[in-house]
Design a protein around this ligand. Structure first.
Ligand code: PEP
Ligand code: MN
Length: 356
């Protein structure tokens, strides 16, 4: 079997169906992916954590047997999702090379500890931990620590960025929150960070733009769902692509160099960075002035015994700024996020004044 490491400097490409559904679908998807030569690891979910009961919850052990057959036929390592120690035992019996822990499992320290205990002392298997559903890096880092504590070599642990649940409007199924993941990478620089554009996007439409963004940020690989007949998939139909489309997608991604010694490049970068630093100073200077005005409003309200929240006023501010977003070349989502942060701080300031 082709051996592989998680972090080699060359991006690792993992693909296969969201779920193993039938023997034919699993083997044919894997056969086509392997034949393309662009895929390093085959994936399929056999136990599916679904939001609603009554939806397709995976084929279980049968699926492991199909994946083991795909491994024998293609020579490629295989990956499945595990959520319990029982899953881990079965997956290891079937020769699974990479276990991934799903986003719904990473949120649960009991489940992670159960998985970790069943892996104690295992020297070979690789484990990829998806980010938790909610944007909480401590939970993600806690899962890493639990695996390290049972003796799993750090080079066999990797992270998958699949986006975060987000209350509010975003064009993606799960908001990428790239900044959080950059923070996680700086905490665990030796660990591979793999992007999962499929679960970030939720539809095929944005797969390339998210994959390219990951490549631009020097991620260590991608995990993308593929299916011989995506429209008929029993789970995540809208986001899966055919093996042919997967190959085209992967080939069109440009992986960039980490850095360059070119003096022209260094000069332009230094120039733009100082421009950004200057703008940041100005932006925060303006925000500080805005908060001082909010405090003045708080004082006037206090002296006149008026409540902080005046219905309609905030909506009209948001509407006014959002209407400008196109002209400013800023996305509506970004404008709303910034305004929300300003609003929280503003209310906090007014509260302090009211109670002083
Ligand atoms: C999956 O990879 O099919 C999956 C269930 O992903 P997530 O845990 O990211 O939702
Ligand atoms: Mn899926």
């Amino acid at each position: 079997m082709k051996t592989f490491e998680l972090k080699t400097g060359k991006p690792v490409i993992i693909s296969g169906p969201c779920s193993a559904e039938t023997q034919e679908q699993t083997l044919e998807t894997c056969r086509q992916l392997a034949a393309s030569g662009v895929v390093d690891v085959l994936r399929a979910g056999v136990w599916k954590p679904r939001t609603n009961p009554g939806t397709f919850e995976g084929v279980g052990l049968k699926g492991l047997a199909w994946m083991a057959e795909a491994k024998r036929g293609t020579g490629l390592p295989i990956a499945v999702e595990v959520a319990t120690s029982k899953h881990v035992e079965s997956a290891l019996e079937f020769g699974v090379d990479v276990l991934w822990i799903g986003a719904r499992t990473t949120v649960s320290p009991f489940a992670i500890q159960d998985i970790a205990d069943s892996l104690r002392g295992n020297r070979d298997v690789k484990v990829l931990i998806k980010n938790p559903m909610n944007p909480d890096l401590a939970l993600w880092a806690g899962a890493v620590a639990r695996l390290e504590n049972v003796g799993i070599d750090i080079k066999n642990i990797g992270l998958i960025h699949r986006g975060f649940s987000y209350f509010g409007h975003t064009k993606y199924r799960n908001s990428p929150m790239w900044h959080l993941v950059l923070e996680m990478r700086s905490r665990f620089p030796e660990m591979a960070m793999i992007c999962d554009p499929s679960h970030i996007c939720g539809t095929r439409t944005y797969l390339l733009e998210v994959s390219q963004a990951a490549a631009d940020m020097r991620y260590d690989g991608l995990i993308i769902e593929s299916h011989i007949c995506p429209e008929k998939a029993l789970s995540d139909a809208a986001q899966q692509v055919t093996p042919d489309a997967l190959v085209e997608l992967v080939k069109s991604i440009r992986w960039r160099a980490d850095s360059t010694d070119d003096p022209e490049f260094k000069k332009s970068l230094a120039l733009y960075r100082s421009e950004i630093d200057q703008i940041d100073c100005e932006v925060f200077d303006l925000l500080s002035r805005r908060m001082k005005v909010a405090e003045k409003i708080g004082r006037v309200k206090r002296d006149n015994n008026v409540a902080i929240l005046q219905g309609g006023r905030w909506t009209s501010i948001v509407d006014k700024v959002v209407a400008q977003s196109g002209k400013l070349d800023l996305s509506e989502e970004f404008v709303r996020t910034v305004l929300e942060a300003i609003h929280i701080e503003s209310i906090d300031r007014q509260n302090k004044v009211m109670n002083s």
